[in-house]
Design a protein around this ligand. Sequence first.
Ligand code: G6P
Ligand code: MG
Length: 217
Amino acid sequence: EYRGIIFDLDGVIVDTAKFHYLAWRKLANDLGFDISLEQNEQLKGVSRVHSLEQILGWGDKTVSKPDFEALMVTKNEDYLARISGMSEEDLLPGVKKVLDFLTENGIPFSLGSASKNARPILKSLNIYDRFAAIVDGNDVQKAKPDPEVFLIASEKLSIKPEKCIVFEDSVAGIEAARRAKMLSVGIGEQEVLKDADHIFADFTQIEIDFIKKIVTK
Ligand code: G6P
Ligand code: MG
């Protein structure tokens, strides 16, 4: 009964989630505190601005507006340096198989990511042209868990939200999918993503049969 698919990017298609964490952690360390892996779960899927607000709150820091902007630039430069040289080989295991199946079967898919770096990343992974639509951090006003990014993606696919499936690795993204009335597939740990409709550790655990079962043309 589902007709279209929306993929999150970081931590779903490519393992950039760990580089976001390392870059934020360096920023926090430079300010004199640390971020735990548990805290990092709350940053996944969350926009750059909200992530920094959250982190400064954890470290009990207040900064001026210009300093806030400068910190975001520094983090992004650090992050981009960490992911430079990315290529097709950096697609997470099992992802290519699923994208190939969808393409071969004419099942449309879109990106629904909070990242402002999404387009160049998809280009380095050599999969940019395969998406029927791309919606990223440059296209939305409201960050996940708000459903806006997924609702725009469904509109661009011309598929009703109730007919869309979302693949997500973040708590905020699973919540956004729920609010958009979409079926959610969590990629990651059961304990973290417990609210997802289906959960898999990674794409190697997803059989093409599972996709066939939930998607109809
Ligand atoms: C994704 C990641 C977040 C990241 C956000 C913004 O949702 O999961 O960790 O902060 O995108 O990414 P950007 O590349 O624009 O800083
Ligand atoms: Mg993600």
